[in-house]
Design a protein around this ligand. Sequence first.
Ligand SMILES: Cc1cc2nc3c(=O)[nH]c(=O)nc-3n(C[C@H](O)[C@H](O)[C@H](O)COP(=O)(O)O)c2cc1C
Length: 204
Amino acid sequence: MKKSDYISLSPSTMLNPTPVVLVSCADKENPETRDMVTAAWAGTVNSEPPMVSVSLRKERYSHGLIESSGEFVINLPDEAMCKAVDFCGVRSGRDTDKSRETGLRYVPAENLEIAPAVDGAPVSLSCRVRQVIPLGSHDMFLGEVVAVRVRKDLVDEKGSLHLEKAHLIVYSHGLYQKLGDVMGFFGWSVAREEVRKKRMAQYR
Ligand SMILES: Cc1cc2nc3c(=O)[nH]c(=O)nc-3n(C[C@H](O)[C@H](O)[C@H](O)COP(=O)(O)O)c2cc1C
């Protein structure tokens, strides 16, 4: 391509697509006061110990809850939860009971005392805050994953997790999008032809 085939935009966080997650949390003093906030700025940051990040603006109601409790749960939503995900990203828990409005229920999260998980989410990661890093507009919460809960229907008889069957959604430049077909698997570019064919057959 030629240089003239591109234009230059001003520097921004144009890293797309991103995950879009529902982060659930609760008040340390009164754990019945709960919230779920939509976050697109969530990421994987370390393998051992398993750690993830979520960046929240200080003014978010959820920010205060997570800061005081030291716990949060990252719930991966599926297509059926997409409308609720948007709702939780445009209304604050300060003045809205998001569970009542969306119909999403809180359930106890594994290995945590305060933060709940969101019922029905294909995957929920229980996290304990290890660090809060102020970055400017956002504070980045680094959380160690202390439990992972997955919906049973996504696990086969051998115990393998099939997240490709979860109908997860992503967020890309203002749009919620479905995931498409499986194109390959880890290492497929160098796998033997018969291995590649056999493995790919299960995704057709
Ligand atoms: C798709 C989407 C992604 C969002 N991602 C973030 C994010 O990563 N960090 C953040 O601070 N706010 C994010 N927001 C905004 C918050 O979800 C929103 O301000 C929410 O109402 C805050 O709720 P709370 O006050 O109950 O915490 C996002 C909103 C949407 C719709």
